[in-house]
Design a protein around this ligand. Structure first.
Ligand code: ATP
Length: 332
């Protein structure tokens, strides 16, 4: 294999640059030419890319976003679109491909691999952590740190004014960010798409436990079945008379910022491994990390199966934030 291309696709996530850098530097170390494709599959269709040098990636590990750019590309979903992409890869003499993105990107990559018969390795690049076959995705840890920084600030005002705050975080289909940030920020509740939300029960719980709390924080994944943070706040309002309810949507700040140490190391290890695996003749594998071990599973499986948040964390939240009988006894 003489030339390996790399691209980033789908939503950007902090750490993608560290992954690109590791792919390029490892390829150069192994005597392979690294080739960067701009703006994901869109750039592949439009024939935009260039050979990358050590210098191109020498000062990017610390930056969020992706220096190659990313895109969502409808045309790539069509055979015609993918034929244009294949023509470009053939013209450039690309013999292997590293795709950094979410499961949509994995699906596109796997079709391309079949139609062109080109070896492909997928790296999990998304803040949502919703990719099967890895404990964590590239960008998840940084997004969590951004969320808890914001929630810590919201907590100051929530507790000073005894408010109930509904904080909306990203996660259209997955509650990893909501659940993990709730644990890490000390929020009292996490409402996630994977668990049915019962607003009557939530309101009763807030009423029951509010006496012992200075304020209440509820982290809401944007895709929760009961609605977004503002909708949920409006629905529970009649059930919480006398409570001061507020909502806050954290939005796109969650995608940006300098990657955390954890994301830099994860991305660097996976980028390096992707090149080694391509050179060893592997194809159609999605890489990830379980504990401290790099693991691989077929891309087809990573696409088909769903990553689920750990239900034990929901129990943990409940146990930490329900005022127990012994405390009630002490008060009486
Ligand atoms: P994120 O988790 O950030 O949303 P993602 O990789 O899942 O990342 P998508 O928008 O779902 O993001 O997919 C990225 C791109 O992959 C799409 O814009 C499209 O070009 C390609 N893609 C997705 N699904 C398919 C498919 N079924 N067939 C061909 N290409 C696809």
């Amino acid at each position: 294999m003489k030339k390996i291309a790399v691209l980033t696709s789908g939503g950007d996530s902090p750490g993608m640059n560290a992954a690109i850098r590791a792919v390029v530097k490892t390829a150069l170390y192994k005597g392979v030419v690294p080739f960067g494709i701009y703006d994901g599959f869109m750039g592949m269709i439009e024939g935009r890319g260039k050979v990358l040098t050590y210098n191109d990636v020498d000062n990017i590990i610390q930056y969020g976003g992706t220096v190659l750019g990313s895109a969502r590309c409808e045309e790539f979903r069509t055979l015609e679109g993918r034929k244009k992409a294949i023509a470009f890869l053939e013209k450039e003499g690309v013999e292997g491909l590293v795709v950094i993105g979410g499961d949509g990107s994995y699906t596109g990559a796997s079709l391309l691999s079949k139609e062109m018969n080109i070896p492909i390795i997928g790296l999990p690049g998304t803040i949502d952590n919703d990719i099967f076959g890895t404990d964590h995705t590239i960008g998840f840890d940084t997004a969590l740190n951004t969320v808890i920084d914001a929630v810590d600030k919201i907590r100051d005002t929530a507790s000073s004014h005894h408010r109930v705050f509904f904080v909306e975080v990203m996660g259209r289909d997955a509650g990893f960010i909501a659940l993990h940030s709730a644990i890490a920020s000390g929020a009292e509740y996490a409402l996630i798409p994977e668990e049915k939300t019962d607003l009557v029960k939530l309101s009763a719980d807030i009423r029951e436990n509010s006496g012992a709390r200075r304020g209440t924080i509820i982290i809401v994944a944007e895709g929760d079945d009961a609605g977004n943070a503002m909708e949920i706040m409006n629905k529970v309002k009649p059930m919480l008379p006398g409570f001061d309810l507020r909502h806050s949507v954290l939005g796109h700040i969650q995608r940006g910022g300098n990657p955390s140490v954890k994301d830099r190391i994860l991305a660097t290890r996976l980028g390096n491994e992707a090149v080694h695996r391509l050179l060893a003749g592997e194809t159609n594998m999605a890489l990830g990390m379980k504990g401290d071990e790099i693991v691989a599973c077929p891309i087809s499986r990573a696409i088909k199966e769903h990553a689920m948040p750990d239900a034990r964390l929901l129990t943990l939240l409940k146990e930490l934030h329900t005022i127990g009988g012994s405390e009630r006894a002490l008060k009486n």
